[in-house]
Design a binder for this molecule. Sequence first.
Ligand code: EPU
Length: 339
Amino acid sequence: MIKIEKDVSLRAYNTFGIEAKARYFCTIRSEDQLIELIDTPEFKNEAHLILGGGSNILFTKDYEGLVIKVNLRGIEITDQTTDTISVNVKSGEVWHEFVMHCVDKQWGGIENLSLIPGTIGAAPIQNIGAYGVELKDVVQRVTGIDLDSGLSQTFTNAECNFGYRESIFKHALKEKIFISSVTLTLTTNNHKLNTSYGAITSVLEEKKISPSIKTISDAVISIRRSKLPDPMTIGNAGSFFKNPTIRLDHFNELKKIHPTIPGYPSENQYVKVPAGWLIEQCNWKGKRFNDVGVHAHQALVLVNYGNGSGEEIFQLAKNISSSVHSTFNIDLTPEVNIL
Ligand code: EPU
């Protein structure tokens, strides 16, 4: 029998450490339990929210519906060729623990994604990415259960419609599919190591070590630890905003007034600008207001020092957006899911 609890605190289930309550809450450990759940009155009559590691979510109020905490576990090799291995990973596995498993086994492809918080099941939803690699580079397929029909469904990489922090699961299929596992294709030989991100090369050169799955993973971990607050110590959800893409002519205009503005060419006539730079220029970096603030080492990360509320963080985010808008005429879009 599946257990549905009432009025459960979500504080331990979101990395911002925000206090909010779920009217109903249940933990799902198998596909069968999910099938059972979708037949319950709570599921049928209430709104629902599927929760992985809670590392990309901001609760601004209590959730007046059913929170479904994903806890399916298991890692299984499904195929192997001379150079590759296919691994099916259940959605409740912790992303970073799986990355460490792959580094240990010398399976290549996701070492640049070390230390990203969250679960396997949440990873395809926003196509997690860091240091030159995105999840879409290694996804073979995503398997889920259609919450209307209870039927199993499989999505190929192309069917996931991956983009920068985007996928079909964030749009057309939002809250419609319960992701039960993700199958990744990783390398066992002829690894395609990615050291394109300057900071990785700097760490490797400084330590005089050559790139390998393990040394890249170690470098990424040390870069992340130096810039990003550990959610176990200071509540946060990584980058709060996406890096905006602006038109080249807009960028060139801004460059006349702000000659140091960084920009990376995106698709034709567009330039991607680091939101962290924009926020820092507007003097937000390191600012603290009661128990919420902007991280001192990475202006793109908003933090909860302890007892901040979701509403306060949301208000801070709105103030940051409006100052970036009035200074640069650029609109910031949150990367974090705001509820
Ligand atoms: N910058 C500043 N001030 C800051 C922060 C950044 O000027 O306070 C500028 C610098 O020019 C720096 C550039 O922004 O060179 C890029 O900064 P960083 O390498 O820290 O990366 P980011 O663009 O701020 C993105 C991802 C991160 C990911 C890193 C590394 C987004 C929204 N964020 O951040 O992802 O770890 O690149 O690849 O794309 C996340 O999504 O939660 C996340 C942490």
